[in-house]
Design a protein around this ligand. Sequence first.
Ligand code: ATP
Ligand code: MG
Length: 395
Amino acid sequence: MFSSFIIKYAEIGVKGKNRYLFEDALVRQIKYALKKCEGEFVVSKTPGRIFLDAQTEFDYDDVISHLKKVCGISGICPMVRLEDEGIDKLKEEVVKYFDETYPDKNVTFKVCARRSRKNYPLDSMEINREVGGALLDAFPELKVDVHEPQIELVVEVREKIFIYSEIIPGIGGMPLGTNGKAMLLLSGGIDSPVAGYMIARRGVKIDAVYFHAPPYTSERAKQKVVDLAKKVSAYAGPIYLHTINFTDIQLYIYEQCPHEELTIIMRRYMMMIAEMIAKETECQALITGESIGQVASQTTHSLAVTNEVCTLPVFRPLIAFDKEDIVTISKQIDAYETSIQPYEDCCTIFVAKHPVTKPNLAYIKRHEENLAEKIDELVKTALETRETIIVTDED
Ligand code: ATP
Ligand code: MG
C-alpha cells in the first residue's frame, strides 16, 4: 500500500551550512542504494525532511533492506501523502489508513499532530481531537493511551498532509562522504570488517589494504578478504582494495630480527605501508580492528609501539569492545560466516611461541636497524607490485 516514505536522520550537530551538505550527501547515498532495487524512485528534500516516492511497482522488502544499509538514516517511515481537502476528508483518510494498516483493532493509540503550516484552520490539539474521535467512532475497540500507546499515528500538516505510524529503524550515523576517507587494514578476521563498518557509519569513505604472503597464504585466503570487503561495501559503498605482497618483507624480518619481536615489527611495517598508500590516495586516517588485550600484539604496550610509526590518526573503533560484542556486530553486517572460514593469515605463519607483550621501543628500533640493507627496496617493491581492485556488494 505504501509508495512514499519519510526518511529521518539524526539532526544533532547538523546545523547551518552543514545541514545542506549532510542532506545532499544523504540524498545521493539513498539514490545510490536504490539503483540496486527494481523500480523508479524520486528522492527529494524539503528543509528537515527527505522524501522517497516510488514511481512504479517496486519490491517493498528489498527497498527497506537497502535503505537499512544507508549510513545516516535513523528511521524510515512508510507514509501516505494527502492533498489538503479539509478536515472531514482527512478524517476519512486516516480511518482508511488505520483500517488497512492495522487489521487488529484491539490496540491502544494516540494521534500526534504536527502543524508546520500555520494557516491550517485547526491547531495541533484540535487535529488530535478530531482525528482521534473519528478513529474511535469507526473502531470502538480502540483505546486511547497518551503515555505508552502501541500505535502513535502522526499527522503532519505541511503543504500536503502526511500520515504515518511506523518508524523502521535505520543504522543511524552520518551519510558517507561527509567525513573524509580512511584506509582500513583489512584482514580475514572478525574484527577488521566490523571496524571498517563502524567508521563508515560515521560518514567516512573507506579504502582497504590487505597484506598477504603467498605461497604461505592461499588464493582462498585472499578471496575471503575480497568477500569481507564486499560485506563492508554494502554499507561503505565501493571500496578500493589494495593487496600487498608481504612475503619478502616477512621473511627478511624473520631472518634478521629476534623471533619474539617478529609480530610487532611486522605490524609496524604493515602500518607504515598502509600509511604510505593512505597518503597517496588522500585518506586522512587509518582504521584497524585492534582491541586492547586481545592478543600479544594488542597489549597497551604493543599498541603504543605499533602506533609509533604512524603520523596519521589511527581509528580503532573496537579498542574497548569485548569479543562477544564484536561478534554481535559482525553477525549484524552478515560478515561473521565469512570471517570464521578457516584460512591462514599472514600474521600467523611466522609467529613466535612467546611473542613479547611489553615490547620496548628502543630495542625494537635497534633490531629494526638489522633490516637497513634491504628493507627500503623491499617496501618499494611491495608498493609497486600491489594489486588494486574495486569491490562493490553487487556481483
Ligand atoms: P582481525 O580479526 O581483524 O583479523 P585479529 O584479532 O586477528 O584481527 P591481529 O591479527 O593482531 O588481530 O590484527 C590486528 C589488526 O591489524 C586487524 O584488525 C587488522 O586491522 C590489521 N591486520 C592484521 N593482519 C592484517 C593483514 N594481513 N592485512 C591487513 N591488515 C591486517
Ligand atoms: Mg587477523
